[in-house]
Ligand binder design. Structure first.
Ligand code: PEP
Ligand code: MG
Length: 755
């Protein structure tokens, strides 16, 4: 394979295009394509592997290898040189394949006489969907230019492989082999609920058919126009929408700034100047960024990659002039949006009152669009490989966010089941709405303080909607995370004041900034710790960077002027940390008074019980704290030494087990004995059966998520505290790894409402 000039690459692409657009069937097209690639690149052999079933690559066509190897040779991702290319999504050039440690010999392939190997991934939406290789009999060092040419060819080939024609072909192969086509597919639920509707595939990007441009100036003009139109439309859409104020607006504003980012624009323009069309230049800019960032563990940067993919897609649609959802989909009343990835702004392209479900192939729980969808009560399923390519607009889809399933073309029986579930949910919503006026009182007359947790602006509406006793946890970090710069005291005061106003006379507990670990701030960068969950985070940061804490405390004091202020410090591991934090608050209070500014009528200071060490210091702590609140999410993570975000561990330990319940029992009995207000604001308080156990242990204040509030209240109104307490006490002696089945059976036997 000799050095090739760019115009030779263009010739190859032209030939490939002719084949792709021809009338041949898929196998013949692929056979011709591998032959062209080998011949044009002066190689002795070429092969194209495609992923058919999630983790396997299959040889689809080859030139220069055994003619009957196609569809017989299969490799796992990571197996051999080809598998390595697919797994890492990176090109691999080896002058002598046989001496490479990853080489694995495949009998029947006919590769015995080949030495040099060049493999490039076929990437589609950041994922390897196949591998293209060339090989030669000679030992050969591949040049950068040769690699780039094959990568460019691979870009076009990847689009062909992802075409409807190819996915139909893959489906026939699966059927012929007698494998069941997937009807019910397991994913990861990011938001609960049931939905049934017609699929609307979210902006399935058109293949980039033209890679090289003849007229740079013309391309740069196209870029400028599309970029301007996109940003004008975004501005108009956001300005017209009734978004109110709050951090969801910040999320969307940050997105808007991203779309206007000068560095990104320049990168695309530079790519155009090097000879690419704008469409190819946009993809190249994304791929460069993806190559740099995809390996990062930093969840903030990962989210930025999602945003970049989203903005790139948006720009592509302006370049192609295809910026509207089709008329047809606009008329459907129940839609399930299916996306590879999606930005928060994309939900605004649909009438979100019609969205019955969202499927995001590359979704993560922290993804902005998932957070927004959850707040809108839309069930969301993520992490199903290949689903985006599989579903076509108009297909009937059912989404089960409770058990994490997606159904494609659900049978009549499944549809009926979903309709019943949806109707039940509506009935339940209505019942829960009736509950709004009734007190959170148990059958034996004990009033439980029932609060809501607030993070996103949407949550603010729950204060009135639930008729709760107040806000048991205000997670202040979300506005900080959504902003591009640290919000100043005025901005923070405005946020907090909005909450105080919405709460009226109800109690509000502000938590000081709880960042670090999985909650990273864009303007701080990552400190690259080995163990961020037990690293420099939360109160440890704000005590070290005291100015940040002081500013936040000042904003709390101002927002609560004339009212009671409750400030809670997170992740306290030792009494002295709490003392320092409390003293900082009291100093700020004095400063405000000296300045003559209005101050709160009363200031209470508390802490979260999230680190096991404080459970053993409760005695002195309870002498100094006005209140405590148990963060069971972190407390369980540290008690079981079990990463709370790792799905592999979710089923391994249960908070409804004797060790954890004993710790909870110890906390509440000490607090009750000291007559210190004590609540639970972790997820346990949002789960009715877990909340029932907490009440049984002695907790009388719970702070749940707004969406679970009604279900928890329903449970409270159907329990007898004395009986539950007796039962929970006997259970604590059990050695079982989970007490959940027993507690559920108890609830069922006693007519306790657990939804
Ligand atoms: C907790 O850890 O239980 C808690 C409420 O805090 P967060 O989930 O915000 O860490
Ligand atoms: Mg916590």
């Amino acid at each position: 394979m000799k050095s090739l000039a760019i115009n030779q690459a263009m010739d190859i692409l032209k030939l490939l295009r002719q084949v792709a657009e021809g009338q041949d069937d898929v196998p013949s097209k692929l056979a011709r394509i591998t032959k062209i690639i080998a011949e044009q690149l002066n190689a002795d052999a070429s092969a194209c592997y495609v992923s058919v079933d999630d983790d396997y690559l299959e040889l689809f066509s080859s030139f220069g290898f055994s003619p009957d190897a196609a569809h017989k040779i299969k490799l796992r991702y990571g197996e051999g040189l080809v598998g390595e290319v697919a797994k890492t999504s990176r090109s691999l050039a080896v002058s002598d394949a046989w001496s490479h440690p990853k080489f694995s010999y495949k009998k029947g392939m006919g590769e015995e006489e080949y030495k040099s190997f060049l493999g490039v991934p076929l990437i589609r939406r950041s994922r390897s969907i196949g591998v293209l290789t060339v090989q030669s009999k000679e030992i050969h060092e591949y040049s950068r230019l040769e690699i780039e040419i094959l990568e460019t060819v691979a870009m076009v080939l990847a689009e062909m492989i992802a075409s409807d024609e190819m996915s139909e072909y893959k489906k026939t192969l699966i059927k012929e082999r007698g494998l069941a086509t997937r009807e019910r597919i397991k994913g990861l639920s990011l938001s609960k609920g049931y939905g049934l509707g017609k699929a609307v595939v979210h902006r399935r990007r058109q293949a980039v058919t033209k890679i090289f441009a003849e007229d740079k100036e013309k391309e740069l003009r196209r870029l400028e126009i599309a970029h301007r139109e996109m940003n004008d439309d975004l501005d108009a859409k956001f300005d017209a929408a009734q978004l109110g104020i709050g951090e969801h607006v910040d999320i969307l504003d940050a997105y808007r700034m991203f779309a206007k980012d000068k560095g990104w624009y320049k990168k695309i323009a530079d790519n155009v100047n090097s000879g690419l069309t704008v469409e190819a230049a946009v993809e190249r800019a994304y791929e460069d960024m993806w190559n740099r960032l995809s390996g990062t563990k930093d969840s903030y940067l990962k989210e930025r990659l999602h945003d970049l993919r989203d903005v790139a897609d948006r720009l592509q649609s302006y370049l192609s002039g295809d910026t509207k959802n089709s008329e047809e989909t606009g008329q459907w009343s129940d839609i399930i949006v299916v996306a590879q990835t999606m930005g928060p702004a994309d939900l605004m392209d649909y009438d979100y009152n019609k969205i019955r479900g969202l499927i995001i192939e590359d979704g993560t729980p922290t993804m902005h669009v998932a957070i927004v969808a959850k707040a809108l009560n839309i069930p969301v399923i993520a992490k199903i490989k290949g689903i985006f390519e599989e579903i076509k607009t108009g297909e009937l889809i059912a989404v089960d966010g409770n058990d994490s399933y997606v159904y494609i073309h659900p049978s009549q029986a499944v549809q009926d089941k979903f309709k019943t579930k949806i109707a039940e949910k509506e009935k339940l919503q209505a019942r829960l709405a009736e509950l709004r006026k009734l007190p959170a009182k148990t059958l034996d007359g004990i009033r439980i303080g029932l609060y809501v947790n607030v993070g996103l602006a949407f949550d603010l509406d729950y204060i009135a909607a639930t008729n709760c006793d107040g806000v048991g946890l205000y997670r202040t970090e979300i506005p900080f995370m959504a902003s591009d710069v640290m919000p100043d005291v005025e901005k923070q005061t405005a946020y907090y004041k909005e909450l105080m106003d919405k709460a009226g006379n109800k109690k509000v507990i502000f938590r000081s900034l709880d960042v670090g670990s999985d909650k990273l701030l864009p303007y701080w960068g990552s400190v690259g710790e080995e163990n961020p969950a037990i690293g420099w985070r939360s109160i440890r940061i704000t005590l070290d960077r005291r100015a940040i804490l002081r500013k936040q405390l000042r904003a709390f004091l101002r927002a609560a002027a004339g009212k009671e202020l409750n400030v809670m410090f997170p992740m306290i591991s030792d009494l002295f940390e709490f003392e320092e934090a409390k003293e900082t608050l009291l100093i700020e209070l004095e400063k405000e008074k000296r300045r003559g500014d209005p101050v709160p009528s009363k200031v209470n200071t508390g802490l979260m019980i999230e680190v096991p060490s404080v459970v053993f210091q409760l005695e002195p702590i309870l002498k100094q704290a006005d209140f405590i609140s148990v963060g069971t999410n972190d407390l369980a993570q540290f008690i079981f030494a079990c990463d709370r975000g790792n799905p592999r561990l979710t089923e391994r330990y249960d908070v409804l087990s004797s060790p954890f319940l004993k710790v909870m029992g110890e906390i509440v009995s000490q607090a009750n004995a000291a007559d210190v207000y004590c609540s639970v604001c972790g997820e346990m308080a949002s789960n009715p059966i877990e909340a029932m156990a907490l009440i049984g242990l002695g907790f009388r204040n719970l702070s749940s998520s707004g969406s679970s509030f009604g279900r928890v209240k329903s449970m409270i109104r159907t329990i007898n505290v004395e009986e539950v307490s007796d039962y929970v006490k006997t259970l604590l002696k059990s050695q079982k790894r989970t007490l959940r089945p027993q507690l559920l059976a108890y609830a069922y036997d006693h007519g306790i409402e657990i939804y």
